[in-house]
Each structure stands twice: as structure tokens, then as C-alpha cells.
Design a protein around this ligand. Structure first.
Ligand SMILES: Cc1cc2nc3c(=O)[nH]c(=O)nc-3n(C[C@H](O)[C@H](O)[C@H](O)COP(=O)(O)OP(=O)(O)OC[C@H]3O[C@@H](n4cnc5c(N)ncnc54)[C@H](O)[C@@H]3O)c2cc1C
Length: 480
């Protein structure tokens, strides 16, 4: 009798310290005030958003623990260091207005930068409906059924690509970078197809624009989201302002990670978060449990959807997390065995109106490669094995550009649609989703804070990720 009571007490104490009395979601039911803390703040996700949050909180004197599901930092920033030419598979170009990224790069001691325009071969050659031509031939091509200014939009450099810019109102109706969230902007939260038709777009131009969107066609894409993107690009100074890190974009997140005092816990796939009035408990797939005062969740929405959160998010925020879509992207990289452009006399880069999208020819002192960037949601490559994608992609380019036969070789595939830690390329909005959800995905839920580019109100891409990390850190510091 005495033995059994002692045993029960010991077991209870162990459970209280380790917080391991499991419930259905794998979370403990222990009061969180009673548990030991692993850090002041746990941050989930070592992409730029999570890294920036961690560093800011560390700078402010807090202890942080960064849990990363994969075995590397950087998330959607990924330089393929072991692939010939060292291609960039993710975030690459830093805009002139990327104040947070650029000042962090300064803090890291600087990196050799190169102008994007000096590394990419422009103009593109164009393959339209199977006919290959220089971009300069496009305005007078018999295949060009566009009307008025559409025929020459973009000039010889970017050709029909610039059609979307032509139909973006100038100046932008969005005064500030965050004006897309204002109630008065909601009138533009309609289908981009309807918006283009209201601007007099021709059917031929609409078909071309459809091919360059993250959705199957413009009817399922919010015009306001497009305006936000355009406003952002305008602020960035367009393609003239773009720079890349010559030694690889991954040096940037790796540099931030080196400033963190505590080692990042890699291979920590977070599956559940529980909070109460005193603290948070974070569980990983491996069954580990961590405790802190607060948590910042800096993972893309397709992964956030799978994390059990207790207590549940408010209904609107939960719906936004569940419903906001990510676009697809399959990247295929090729080595140039022989300069095929010398054979057909056209530029190395190729723009098409087919599902294969575009082929960029990159060349700098660091190396040379071709980058095929397929966003089309109907592309069969999304679900194919990498080796099959390489074969099919080579055949597709060979058809679109016969001079490439035997002169290029597929060397790598990065499928962001199936990459386990992202499952998509970037968030976007369907018509009405901005009016409905605003930026609710950024709202703190008790002791749970959210970061990640999808929560940024002003900037986008890598700068948006940095902005979101800063906002989450400031939220916590204001409460400390
Ligand atoms: C092909 C491509 C090209 C791009 N080009 C540009 C560009 O030129 N310029 C630009 O500014 N931006 C660009 N971007 C966008 C930019 O890369 C992203 O906006 C930015 O890197 C996002 O950072 P993040 O920290 O928000 O998310 P992520 O980088 O996705 O980081 C999220 C992290 O969370 C981890 N994680 C996910 N789930 C879990 C979990 N359950 N438990 C633990 N960890 C988890 C992931 O492994 C990852 O490390 C590009 C993106 C892609 C894919």
C-alpha cells in the first residue's frame, strides 16, 4: 500500500516535469506554469522569417530555441551548391528596396553581389504556338493577334510578358505598400480576368497572360493581389534594381544562423502546440516536448495546417490558414554542353506561350546554367518523379528549340509543389479572399505568434519574410 502510493507520487512528479501525460493530440494536460522552460521563446521554422525573429529576440536578451523540421536552414532559399553552375532553386534576387535584407547582409560582413541583369541573358527568344522567332519579330508576326498597344507591349526586351504591366493602372491605385489591406481597395478584389476585360484586353492577350499566372486562368486570381505584386515591384525599382549574392543566396540564411548562440534543433518536425495562460508546449513528430513562455510559428501555411493548435484558432483565422492557396512550381536545371544559340542565331533564353513557360540562361563568373521555371498548375511534372521530369523537360525544350538537341543536359529538379517543408511556391489570393481574410494570418493567438512571408503586410518575398520576423519579435518584446 505504502509502496504503491510512493510510486504514484514519483510518476506524477516525473510527468509534471517532463510534461508527458499524453492526450489525443500527443500534448500533455499538465498546467504549463509548472513546467521547466527550454527557452523564453520557441521559434518554429529556420527560414528567413524564423531566423530573423530568433536573432532579434536574442539581441534583446531573450533565450530562443529554433526548431527546424528539415536538416538545413533557409527554407525557400536554396542554392544548389553541389550542382554544376551552382544554380539558385529558390529566393535569389534582392530588390533595391530590401532594407532589412541589405542591412542584415551588412551586419554579416557583406557578400559579393552581382546585378541580376548582368547574369541573365536578355532579350528572350520567343516560341509562340510552336514558331520560334526573335522577340523583335513579335510585334509584326502574323501569329500576333493582339490589338493596339498590346502588339508591342514590353518592346523587344520582355515582349508579351509586359502585357500584365500594361494593364496595371499607373500610377497604382495602392498608395502605400500595405494599401491592399484598406477597405477602399476591396473593390479591386475581383477576378483578374474580369478586371482585364474591363480594361479592354483582347482574347489573344488574355490567353497569353493566363499562361503567366500562378492559377490555371485569370478568373481564379485576385486582381487586387496582382496590383499588390505590381506595386511592390514598382517600389523595388523593377528589374534594374535586382541583385543576387554571387556566392549563393543560401549564404544569407546560413550567415544569420551563425549569429545564433544556441544550436538549431534540426529534424524537429513540429506537430502540435498547446498554450494556456502561463506558457506554451510544442511537440515534435519524434515525441519530444518543449516548453517556453511564447512560440513563433514561422512555417508556410500548407505545413501550419497540419499543426494541432490548442486552444483552436478563431474561426476566421482557422479558415484563412486552411484555405489560402499556394501556387505550384517545378524548377528544372540544365547544363549547357554546347552553345546552341550559336546554331540558330537566337538568344539563349526562351519565352514560350506553352505550359513549359520560360527558360532562362544564366551566366556569370560563378557558373552557367539554364533554369526552366514551370508554374502551370496543370503541369503533369508536379506529380512526376524527378528523373522522369528531367527526361520530359529535355524533350519539351528540344521540341521548342531544336538547336538544343544533344547540346543541353538536365542536371537537377527542385519541385516546390511537393517539397515536404513547403508544399508550394508562394501564397496568393483568389478573388474575394483579401476582403474576407485581410491579414488575419498574422494575428497573434494568445501566446502563439505567426511569421513567414505569407503574414507580411508591406513587403513580399525574402524581404517580406524578414519583415514578418521583425513584426513577430516586436510583438513579443512589447509584451515582455
Ligand atoms: C523558386 C523561388 C524563387 C524565389 N525567388 C525570389 C526572389 O528572387 N526574391 C525574393 O525576394 N523572394 C523570392 N522567393 C520567395 C522567398 O524565397 C520566400 O518568400 C522566403 O524565403 C520565405 O521565407 P519564410 O521564412 O517565410 O519561409 P520558408 O523559407 O519556407 O521557411 C519555413 C521553414 O519552416 C520549416 N518548417 C516547415 N514546417 C515545419 C514544421 N512543421 N516544423 C518545423 N519546421 C518546419 C521549413 O523547413 C523551412 O525551413 C522565391 C521563392 C521560390 C520558391
Amino acid at each position: 500500500m505504502t509502496v504503491s502510493r510512493t510510486r504514484r507520487r514519483v510518476l506524477k512528479e516525473i510527468a509534471a516535469t517532463a510534461g508527458v501525460i499524453a492526450t489525443g493530440s500527443g500534448l500533455s494536460t499538465t498546467a504549463l506554469a509548472a513546467t521547466r522552460r527550454d527557452a523564453d521563446v520557441i521559434i518554429i521554422g529556420a527560414g528567413l522569417a524564423g531566423l530573423n525573429t530568433a536573432l532579434m529576440l536574442q539581441d534583446a536578451g531573450m533565450s530562443v530555441l529554433l526548431l527546424e523540421g528539415s536538416n538545413r536552414v533557409g527554407g525557400r532559399v536554396m542554392t544548389l551548391d553541389k550542382v554544376p553552375g551552382r544554380p539558385e532553386a529558390g529566393g535569389t534576387e534582392f530588390g533595391a528596396g530590401y532594407a532589412r535584407c541589405l542591412s542584415m547582409i551588412d551586419r554579416l560582413g557583406g557578400f559579393p553581389m552581382e546585378k541580376w541583369l548582368d547574369t541573365v541573358e536578355l532579350p528572350f527568344a520567343l516560341n509562340f504556338d510552336g514558331t520560334l522567332m526573335p522577340m523583335s519579330a513579335w510585334p509584326d508576326s502574323p501569329l500576333n493577334h493582339m490589338v493596339g498597344k498590346e502588339r508591342t507591349a514590353g518592346g523587344p526586351l520582355m515582349g508579351p510578358f509586359a502585357l500584365t504591366m500594361m494593364y496595371a493602372p499607373r500610377p497604382s491605385p495602392l498608395n502605400g505598400l500595405d494599401s491592399w489591406l484598406l477597405p477602399e481597395a476591396a473593390a479591386l478584389d475581383i477576378s483578374y480576368g474580369d478586371y482585364l476585360k474591363s480594361q479592354g484586353v483582347s482574347d489573344a492577350a488574355l490567353r497569353f497572360i493566363n499562361n503567366d499566372l500562378p492559377t490555371a486562368d485569370a478568373s481564379t486570381y485576385s486582381a487586387l493581389w496582382h496590383h499588390r505584386l505590381f506595386r511592390f515591384q514598382e517600389f523595388m525599382g523593377g528589374i534594374d534594381g535586382l541583385n543576387r549574392i554571387a556566392t549563393g543566396a543560401s549564404r544569407f540564411p546560413e550567415g544569420i544562423a551563425k549569429l545564433l548562440k544556441r544550436e538549431i534543433a534540426f529534424n524537429s518536425h513540429v506537430t502540435a502546440i498547446r498554450t494556456d495562460k502561463d506558457g506554451v508546449e510544442v511537440r515534435t513528430k519524434g515525441g519530444r516536448s518543449y516548453h517556453a513562455d511564447r512560440v513563433v510559428c514561422a512555417v508556410p501555411l500548407p505545413l501550419l495546417r497540419e499543426i494541432a493548435i490548442e486552444p483552436a484558432l478563431p474561426a476566421l483565422q482557422a479558415a484563412a490558414v486552411r484555405e489560402l492557396p499556394y501556387d505550384n512550381m517545378v524548377n528544372v536545371f540544365f547544363a549547357v554542353k554546347e552553345p546552341y544559340w550559336k546554331v540558330d542565331g537566337l538568344p539563349g533564353s526562351l519565352w514560350t506561350n506553352q505550359p513549359m513557360g520560360r527558360l532562362y540562361h544564366f551566366k556569370s563568373d560563378q557558373g552557367e546554367y539554364l533554369w526552366m521555371n514551370v508554374r502551370n498548375p496543370l503541369s503533369p511534372w508536379i506529380k512526376m518523379k524527378d528523373a522522369d521530369v528531367m527526361q520530359d523537360a529535355t524533350r519539351t525544350i528540344n521540341r521548342a528549340r531544336p538547336s538544343t538537341v544533344g547540346r543541353i543536359e538536365a542536371i537537377a529538379v527542385v519541385n516546390w509543389s511537393t517539397y515536404p517543408w513547403t508544399r508550394g511556391h508562394n501564397v496568393y489570393r483568389t478573388p474575394g479572399q483579401i476582403s474576407r481574410f485581410g491579414n488575419v494570418v498574422a494575428d497573434a493567438h494568445g501566446r502563439i505568434h505567426f511569421a513567414g512571408d505569407h503574414t507580411a503586410a508591406t513587403m513580399m518575398g525574402m524581404e517580406g519574410a524578414m519583415e514578418s520576423g521583425e513584426r513577430a519579435a516586436v510583438e513579443i518584446l512589447q509584451l515582455a
